[in-house]
Design a protein around this ligand. Structure first.
Ligand SMILES: Cc1ncc(C[n+]2csc(CCOP(=O)(O)OP(=O)(O)O)c2C)c(N)n1
Ligand SMILES: [Mg+2]
Length: 517
């Protein structure tokens, strides 16, 4: 057995089931090991951003890491933008990077880079294996760290992968979370009872069903609203769950929304800040005199902490369908006429199947989707948490591989979709049930909005060149077909309803270009 086989065997033992890869020569021993030690299915991504975004989407769905396997520093660099999104989404990702043989590094070969320097920017944990026999412990530590909800990067030099290492020892996974401090949660419970206007801001694993149910229990004991970050990585919604409002994107609306609270309790979410520094607008959305209470650290289990808090508040353990829980689904009607952003969202809401996974990288188009007042059937929403675009298609790919029985709908802005459009090929190759709805507004609309917000001329030739996606127009159906995905263009809501229904009943991926006015 060599180091690469030991790596795969340990990963299988640690529960890793899939590997999203774009390998090169330095990872070939691992490629061979994936066949010699069966148990992990490998998926090719045609650019590293597809691999890392898919590993992120998979990790968000199952709350366990997939492996991303990337080639040296340059391959890692290509995958970093989506690892950044994974980091912000608190998604578990096991990131394995091959490196040159240790004895070859001094020669400074062309592809050599500071891989640990790259790892530092996105990883909560990173290490370079020193020897083949260290691999089981290194891999187990990486998976343990990833399971906290972070990117763990293991760099494995090619000679460590090739070294024979019979007589190896497997390593057990460590404990995932740090223990809670019950006294500090009891103190928080007493404090909360004395404050009138409280918001509970949920993030990370707290937005999964068990965390949301605990939040609903807390709402039964103290009057509080539930908030989430503007772009939560993973959030379950539907009947029987409490309503959670996302903090608005634009700072004025965000400040206005949260100013009513005397205190905000953070459960797995960071303090909200504006996306950008706008002159004259403060960075932190909460004012200094609004109390900020933190329930637990990132190394503790936020769901366990919420459960403990609910108990400490004397909350009932069983919930009935009270007025603060979302009731039976009540879908909007399918609209008619020329497609606008709002009509596109209404059509989606009218037709999305039970248990759908909605991957929302629609930037400006989806704004009204989340605000629809009527509860929709149970579904999961995933957003581009790190604001680094090019995440939607890869994330949808990983989500569909994680949950093949669930329909995936990728509400996808046109500009953002073009960053990692190669994901369509992986979707076709694997026959994944993904419907991509392209929000074709033929522009970087959000940048046009930000330009006019800041009072800058939006009509100059260079501003237009840099924000309009025209001349030539992007041929979405041809692009999809080129990657093996059937496509259609629609410009009326009725046609969208027909094509979407068809796409949702036929197996395999589909792309619908929604030509928006
Ligand atoms: C990696 C990366 N590059 C650039 C940007 C800046 N940026 C933010 S949104 C955007 C384009 C938005 O256009 P589109 O995806 O079509 O959405 P729309 O605004 O039209 O709804 C760009 C270029 C970014 N956020 N991330
Ligand atoms: Mg656009």
């Amino acid at each position: 057995m060599n180091g690469a086989e030991l790596l795969i065997r340990t990963a299988i033992g640690a529960g890793v089931k899939v590997c999203f890869a774009n390998p090169g020569t330095t990872e070939l021993p691992i490629v061979a090991a994936l066949d010699r030690v069966p148990g992990i299915k490998a998926y090719l991504g045609l650019v590293e951003g597809v691999c890392t975004g898919a590993a992120d989407g998979y990790g968000r769905m199952v709350d366990k890491p997939a492996m991303a396997l990337l080639h040296l520093g340059p391959g890692f660099a290509n995958g970093i933008a989506n690892l950044h999104n994974a980091r912000r989404a608190k998604s578990p990702v096991l990131n394995v990077i091959g490196d040159h043989a240790t004895w070859h590094r001094d020669a400074d070969p062309p592809l050599a880079m500071d891989i640990e320097g790259l790892a530092r920017t996105v990883s909560g944990w990173w290490r370079t294996s020193k020897a083949a026999l260290d691999i089981p412990a290194d891999l187990a530590d990486a998976v343990t760290s990833a399971r906290l909800g972070q990117v763990a990067t293991l760099i494995v030099p090619n000679d460590c992968q090739l070294a024979e290492c019979d007589g190896h020892r497997m390593k057990e996974l460590g404990r995932t979370f740090d223990p809670l401090e019950p006294n500090s949660i009891k103190t928080i419970a007493s404090r909360l009872k004395t404050i009138r206007k409280v918001a509970l801001m949920l993030g990370g694993r707290a937005l999964r069903r068990p965390g949301l149910e605990d939040a609903a229990r807390i709402q039964k004991s103290i009057e509080c609203d539930l908030l989430a970050p503007t772009l939560p990585g993973y959030m379950e919604r539907g009947p029987g769950l409490p309503n959670v409002e996302r903090v608005p994107y634009f700072p004025e609306r965000a400040v206005d929304r949260v100013s009513r609270y005397e205190a905000v309790l953070f459960a797995g979410a960071p303090e909200p800040v504006t996306f950008f520094g706008y002159p004259g607008v403060r960075s932190r959305i909460l004012a200094d005199d609004q109390e900020k209470i933190v329930l637990c650290t990132d190394r503790q289990d936020v769901v366990e902490a919420l459960d403990y808090l609910a108990d400490a508040l004397g909350a009932p353990s069983v919930l009935t369908l009270g007025d603060r829980l979302l009731a039976k689904p009540n879908r909007p009607e399918i609209p008619a006429g020329e497609l606008t952003a709002e009509k596109a969202c209404l059509t989606l809401a009218a037709l999305q199947p039970e248990d759908a996974i909605i991957v929302d990288e629609s930037i400006t188009t989806g704004l009204s989707y989340f605000l629809l007042p009527s509860p929709l059937p149970a579904h999961t929403v995933m957003n581009v948490s790190g604001g680094s675009i090019g995440q939607g298609m890869p994330c949808a790919t990983g989500a569909a591989i994680a949950c093949p029985e669930r329909p995936v709908i990728n509400l996808q802005a046109d500009g953002s979709g073009l960053y990692t459009v190669q994901a369509l090929w992986t979707q076709a190759r694997e026959g994944l049930n993904i419907t991509t709805l392209i929000c074709s507004n033929r522009s970087y609309r959000i940048l046009q909005m930000e330009l006019s917000r800041s009072g800058i001329e939006t009509n100059g030739p260079n501003a237009r060149a840099l924000t309009e996606l025209t001349n030539p127009s992007i041929e979405w159906v041809k692009i999809a077909q080129g990657f093996g995905v059937p496509g259609a263009t629609v410009s009326r809501a009725e046609d969208l309803a027909r094509e979407l229904s068809k796409a949702l009943t036929e197996p395999g991926p589909h792309l619908i270009e929604m030509f928006l006015t």
